[in-house]
Design a protein around this ligand. Structure first.
Ligand code: NAP
Length: 450
């Protein structure tokens, strides 16, 4: 079998590894494509730089790709550099594992104001994504972060943290300098439900509540629990731990630190306020519990003076050319990973896995079980795979060359990897990320000069 996988993040790499290790009665050769000149997807470009434990997953992914039985093609854009028809001519099947990189939309007034940002864009900036601007406007003293998921915590933490504490990470200099110049003093995180309904995870919440040089503040009025909340506290260990963490901060003495992290609950965003096109505040509507851990609006509104608003209310997948897309949920239309046509019938040869299959929820480890399900379908569907005319491993290389696609393979990635490590070593850091595509190509094919 010749298998193409589009998207070299954890979902794609797990899928490749799993099919190689799966019980099957055919040989498999896999080509893994990514539009970025680097592998690892969200682990490299989504996980916050100060989360080395999660970044450590890169080590495991590296070992899979370094074995040599999966070919990596970086800097190849699906839809132009390689089309669906070309995939059909060269492979028996394709798995899309392109993840979700955009912000979910928030339809409130003022969302378009200068100073209203999608969290995903900010993450892409601090994680040095090559296709995002290198500067970020950090002018606000008071900032609102909307949402009670781990991305909201990442954004709040990176904004509030002393930039010096990020110097041990792989952030490039432009990110460090940007954060160093930030005048931020107060970061307000707003959740529309209560302490027992947060989507954080315990470790991440505890970390955010104990940032060096930052006082964390919670408000007594926000500690409300209904029967549904109590049930969650009694039956869900994670909820119990997180409620305990938040209760522990309640009434804790402030140290007088120069920065504050405020955690507000029962606050649903209503309007981003502005003057002369710029954000000047946030209006929220207070909510209250409905008995079943849901909330209803109370009609009471409040305004907070903030000069920037970061919307961290979830990611959203992007449509891929020629592939059926569920616009409501931001995923490829599929059943257990089999991509479905408009009548709900599986389309032969086309599969999905990871966040583009099931939506942007769950931790990185969850993509493994997801990949297992998709791989099982691929193997089971053997009789309906495509029958490619150009199935030799060289054929795809020739095609990309004929289209002047400047792709890079695993050996080139290893050169980039070594360059980033060398840049880091010069400053006694483990690595400093390259940002620009030109720098990647320079490091991959020529002699990169810092
Ligand atoms: P998430 O966990 O789904 O959280 C989204 C948050 O936005 C929820 O609190 C949700 O509230 C809120 N929200 C949604 N629509 C809203 C609206 N219209 N108004 C106000 N609030 C709204 O999403 P995420 O934070 O983007 O994280 C995605 C996944 O990546 C998660 O599984 C997360 O754990 C994982 N992740 C992990 C880490 C880590 O360090 N371990 C870091 C980043 C991300 P409701 O609950 O009320 O809907």
């Amino acid at each position: 079998m010749r298998l193409a996988i589009v998207g070299a993040g954890p979902a794609g790499i797990y899928a490749a590894d799993l099919i190689i290790k799966a019980e099957r009665d055919f040989d498999v050769s896999i080509d893994l494509f990514d539009l970025l000149p680097a592998p690892y997807g969200l682990v490299r470009y989504g996980v916050a730089p100060d989360h080395p434990r999660i970044k450590g997953i890169i080590r495991a992914l590296y070992e899979v790709l370094d074995r040599g039985d999966i070919r990596f093609f970086g800097n190849v854009r699906y839809g132009t550099d390689i089309t669906l028809d070309e995939l059909k001519e060269h492979y028996n099947a394709v798995i899309f594992s392109t993840g979700a990189i955009k912000d979910a939309e928030l339809n409130i007034q003022g969302v378009e104001l200068d100073g209203s940002y999608g969290a995903a864009d900010f993450v892409n900036w601090y994680d040095a994504h090559p296709d995002f601007p290198r500067t970020w406007p950090l002018h606000a003293k008071e900032v609102a972060v909307l949402g009670n998921g781990n991305v909201a915590l990442d954004v709040a933490r990176i904004l509030a943290k002393q930039p010096q504490d990020l110097l041990s990470t792989d952030i490039p200099d432009n990110v460090y300098q940007g954060l160093l110049a930030s005048p931020v003093t107060d970061v307000h995180v707003f959740g529309r439900r209560g302490p027992a309904q947060v989507k954080f995870t315990p470790l991440e919440l505890r970390e955010a509540c104990h940032i060096e040089g930052v006082d964390t503040i919670v408000y007594d009025e926000d500690f409300q629990y209904d029967a549904g909340s109590q049930e969650a506290i009694d039956t869900n260990n994670q909820t119990r731990v997180m409620v305990n963490t938040l209760e522990g901060i309640r009434g804790a003495e402030l140290t007088g630190a120069s920065k504050r992290l405020h955690l507000h609950f029962f606050s649903s965003p209503k309007e981003i306020l502005g003057e002369d096109g710029r954000v000047t505040g946030l209006r929220i509507e207070r909510t209250k519990l409905d008995g079943n851990a849901g909330v209803t609006n109370t009609g009471e509104t409040r305004e907070y003076s903030v000069q920037a608003v970061y919307r961290a209310i979830g990611y959203f997948g992007s449509e891929l050319f020629g592939i059926p897309f569920d616009h409501k949920h931001g995923v490829i239309t599929n059943d257990k990973g089999r991509v479905l046509d408009s009548e709900g019938k599986p389309i032969p040869g086309i599969y999905a896995t990871g966040w583009i299959k099931r939506g942007p929820v769950g931790l990185i480890g969850h993509t493994k079980s997801d990949a297992m399900e998709t791989i099982a379908c691929v193997i089971e569907d053997r009789d309906s795979w495509w029958q490619p005319a150009h199935s030799h491993e060289h054929d795809i290389v020739e095609l990309l060359n004929s289209k002047n696609v400047q792709f890079l393979g695993w050996p080139q990635w290893l050169k980039i990897d070594a360059t980033e490590k060398a840049l880091g070593a010069a400053q006694e850091r483990e690595r400093i990320k390259l940002v620009d595509r030109e720098d990647f190509l320079e490091a991959a094919f020529k002699n990169y000069q810092a």
